[in-house]
Design a protein around this ligand. Structure first.
Ligand SMILES: C=C(O[C@@H]1C=C(C(=O)O)C=C[C@H]1O)C(=O)O
Length: 375
C-alpha cells in the first residue's frame, strides 16, 4: 500500500510521460487502485479470458481495450484521506444554438415512434460541452472519490484512445467464483428539483422492463438460480434511481456469454434491443464511443486463508484462490479532449415520456460531472 501522496505522484509522472493508466475506486470501498501500463501498446480482448482492466465501447462492433496485468504495474492506496472542504462553484454549461431544441425534437421523434411501432423503450443521449482550462484529471478523480462514495469512480487514459473520467452508479455485473450479481437501474428523480421520493407508474414499469430482460437473458445464457429483489430507491449524487439486485450461479456458462447477452441492457439502450440499437444509430446523431459501454476488473485473482486455524499450519496449500470480475456501466462520464470536457448524458424514453422533462433530466445528470470540475 502506497501513501496517497506517492500514489498520485507516480500517476502524475506516468500521465506526463503520456503512458496508459487507469485509476479507480469501487462503490463504498476505501481503497483506490491503479493499473499503470509500461508502454503505449493498444491491446484488446475478445474472449475475456485475460487478467486485467477492460474498457469497452457501447457499440458491440467495436473492440474492448485491455490493460493486461502482465504489462502493468499495480498500485494501491487508501481512499479516505482527501478533504476538499471548499467546494468551488459549479461550471455552468454553455449551450450551442439549437442544442435544446434538437434534443427535444429527437426525444419527441422517439416518443412518436414508440407509439407507432414495436419499439417500447429507447435511451436517447447527447453530449454536453464544458470548457477546460488548467484542469487536472487526477484532482478531479480525488473529488469524485470524496463526493460520490457509492459510485464507481475512475479516470482512464490511453494516448491512442483518449482521457475519460466518470462516477457511475450502475453495476454491469460482478462474478466472484461462480456467483454472479448484476443490477437493473432505471428511473430518475432530481432531489434538488423535487420534494417527492415516490415513483410514478412510468418509472416503475420502465425499471421492470430492465429487470425482466436481465433475468430472461441470464436464463438463456444458462445461469442457474436467477432471482431478483423488489425495486428500491438508490441515490447517486443528487439523483435517485430505482434499483433491483439480480443474482445467479454460473455453472454452465462462460463470462463472455454473459457479456454478449447482457450488453447493452435496456437501461442504456432500450427494448427490444436490436430495434432500439438501430434507432440510436440512425437518430442520435453522434458516436457514443465509451459512454454506456462498460469497464472494470477482469479475472483478477486474490488468495486468502481458508480459516484462521489452518493458516497457522504455515504454508500456501491452505490458501484459497478467488477469481473476481467486477464491471460497471459507463454512465455519468466525460471525455477530455483539447480544451473541452464532453459530458455524456441520456435518459430512457417510453410512450409516457415528456420531451421537455427529458431535456431537464440530461441537465441534472450532467451536474454529476460539472460539480467535480475544478481549476
Ligand atoms: C442513460 C443514463 O442513465 C440511465 C437512464 C436512467 C433513466 O432513464 O432514468 C437512469 C439510470 C441509467 O440506467 C445516463 O446517466 O446517461
Amino acid at each position: 500500500m502506497h501513501s496517497t501522496k506517492d500514489f498520485f505522484n507516480q500517476l502524475n509522472t506516468h500521465y506526463l510521460k503520456k503512458l496508459p493508466f487507469v485509476v479507480y475506486r469501487k462503490p463504498n470501498d476505501n481503497i483506490i487502485k491503479a493499473f499503470l501500463q509500461t508502454d503505449t501498446a493498444l491491446l484488446y480482448t475478445s474472449e475475456y479470458q485475460e487478467q486485467g482492466f477492460v474498457f469497452s465501447p457501447f457499440s458491440s462492433l467495436k473492440r474492448t481495450v485491455l490493460f493486461s496485468t502482465h504489462k502493468c504495474t499495480l498500485l494501491e492506496t487508501s481512499a479516505n484521506q482527501f478533504n476538499f472542504t471548499k467546494s468551488s462553484p459549479t461550471q455552468s454549461p454553455t449551450f450551442k444554438i439549437g442544442e435544446k431544441e434538437d434534443h427535444i425534437a429527437r426525444v419527441q421523434n422517439a416518443i412518436d415512434t414508440i407509439k407507432n411501432s414495436s419499439l417500447k423503450k429507447v435511451v436517447i443521449s447527447r453530449v454536453q460541452e464544458l470548457p477546460l482550462s488548467g484542469h487536472d484529471p487526477l484532482e478531479v478523480m480525488q473529488r469524485m472519490v470524496d463526493r460520490y462514495a457509492s459510485a464507481f469512480a475512475y479516470c482512464w487514459y490511453h494516448p491512442k484512445v483518449g482521457l475519460w473520467l466518470g462516477a457511475t452508479p450502475e453495476t454491469f455485473f460482478r462474478l466472484t467464483g461462480k456467483q454472479i450479481e448484476t443490477m437493473s437501474l432505471a428511473g430518475t428523480i432530481d432531489l434538488q428539483k423535487n420534494d417527492t421520493r415516490s415513483w410514478r407508474n412510468k418509472e416503475l414499469e420502465e425499471q421492470q422492463i430492465v429487470t425482466d430482460y436481465i433475468i430472461e437473458k441470464l436464463n438463456i445464457a444458462g445461469v442457474e438460480k436467477v432471482t431478483g429483489t423488489p425495486a428500491e430507491s438508490h441515490q447517486a449524487g443528487n439523483l435517485l434511481h430505482l434499483k433491483s439486485k439480480i443474482t445467479g450461479r454460473l455453472d454452465n456458462s462462460h463470462l463472455k456469454n454473459i457479456v454478449d447477452v447482457l450488453h447493452p441492457t435496456p437501461a442504456v439502450c432500450g427494448f427490444p434491443t436490436k430495434i432500439a440499437q438501430q434507432f440510436i444509430y440512425e437518430h442520435e446523431g453522434y458516436d457514443r464511443e465509451f459512454y454506456t459501454g462498460f469497464l472494470g476488473e477482469l479475472n483478477l485473482t486474490s488468495s486468502k486463508p481458508r480459516s484462521d486455524r489452518r493458516q497457522n499450519i504455515e504454508n500456501q496449500v491452505y490458501r484459497s484462490v478467488k477469481t473476481t470480475t467486477d464491471l460497471f456501466v459507463n454512465l455519468r462520464c466525460m471525455q477530455w479532449r483539447d480544451l473541452t470536457a464532453y459530458v455524456y448524458v441520456g435518459g430512457g424514453i417510453t410512450a409516457l415520456s415528456d420531451a421537455e422533462a427529458e431535456w431537464e433530466e440530461t441537465l441534472s445528470k450532467s451536474a454529476t460531472m460539472a460539480d467535480v470540475m475544478v481549476k
